[in-house]
Design a protein. Structure first.
Length: 286
């Protein structure tokens, strides 16, 4: 029985990569559903799948996380994992789809939940912005903020895995891209530019034409402007994802006895004593 992947917004559910990719359960926002209904929905997921991994972006409003923790507390269940991610909206949606792909494999719920942190290292998420004057989620200098007020200024910003920003047309700099084969996903806002497809994709060695998807509703707020084109480069193939996750040493959580990879349990968040935070080696990437 596959582990259920649940999300806090429909924008986090991208079209499946193949017919075998499981769907994700969309949990209604706290303002649209009473607490007892949220508890009942989670009970149904647990009854059907056994374990539930909920992906909750760190940018979600505080009541969203509070509701999830209240549901888990009322159910007194150790079979619900709350996975937080700092990725921007499109990158978070890519991460969710990768977890959905892996949910259909023979990975245990604990490994699947703790794999989110590993997979995030291999998602190159960014955007082309018409202004960075209100960008506060990616470190940029004061000079860039001031330049963000200039008419016509465009910036390419990489949020992760390593933050970076360049001003387009004024520098020979380029965004540091992946050193392994990826595909590129685009989501267009109000900014008219083809730079991600015409310049970024060839520079990063992206195979084929970038795919496009509607802009997530949370993207303008995350990036500080609606004048943007969001992008994410990612590993698309399930065999590669599976090999990446299954090659990491597994541990057993000393608190809840779940299997895990890395330094922290995905279900109870208990740390693994004596183990540093794993940083995936770039030369080990496919």
């Amino acid at each position: 029985m596959p582990t259920a992947i649940a999300v806090t917004s429909a924008d986090l559910v991208l079209p499946p990569t193949d017919p075998g990719t499981p769907q994700a359960a969309v949990l209604p926002a706290p303002g649209t559903q009473p607490l007892d209904a949220s508890v009942a929905d989670m009970q149904q997921l647990l009854a059907r799948y056994g374990h539930v991994v909920v992906v909750c972006p760190a940018s979600d409003p505080a009541p969203v996380e509070h509701r999830l923790r209240a549901v888990r507390g009322l159910l007194e269940s150790d079979r619900i994992a709350l996975v937080r991610t700092d990725l921007p909206p499109l990158g978070a949606a890519v991460l969710v789809r990768q977890l959905r792909q892996l949910a259909g494999c023979d990975l245990s719920p604990g490994v699947l939940a703790s794999a989110a942190r590993l997979l995030a290292h291999y998602i190159y998420a960014g955007a082309v912005l018409g202004s960075v004057s209100r960008l506060d989620r990616v470190p940029v200098g004061l000079g860039s903020h001031l330049k963000g007020w200039f008419p016509g200024a465009h910036f390419a910003v990489l949020a992760g895995p390593t933050p970076q920003m360049i001003r387009l047309g004024k520098s020979e700099e380029s965004l540091a891209g992946p050193e392994f084969a990826t595909e590129l996903l685009l989501a267009r806002g109000q900014l008219q530019t083809d730079w991600p497809a015409s310049t970024l994709a060839p520079g990063w060695g992206i195979g084929g034409r970038p795919q496009e998807t509607p802009l997530p509703g949370a993207s303008p707020g995350w990036w500080g402007t609606g004048k943007l084109v969001e992008f994410a480069a990612y590993l698309p193939d399930l065999p590669v994802l599976y090999q990446l996750v299954s090659s990491v040493r597994r541990e057993t959580c000393h608190w809840c006895a779940m299997d895990l990879i890395g330094d922290r349990c995905g279900f109870c968040a208990a740390p693994v004593a004596g183990h540093p935070v794993p940083t995936p080696a770039r030369d080990a990437a496919p």
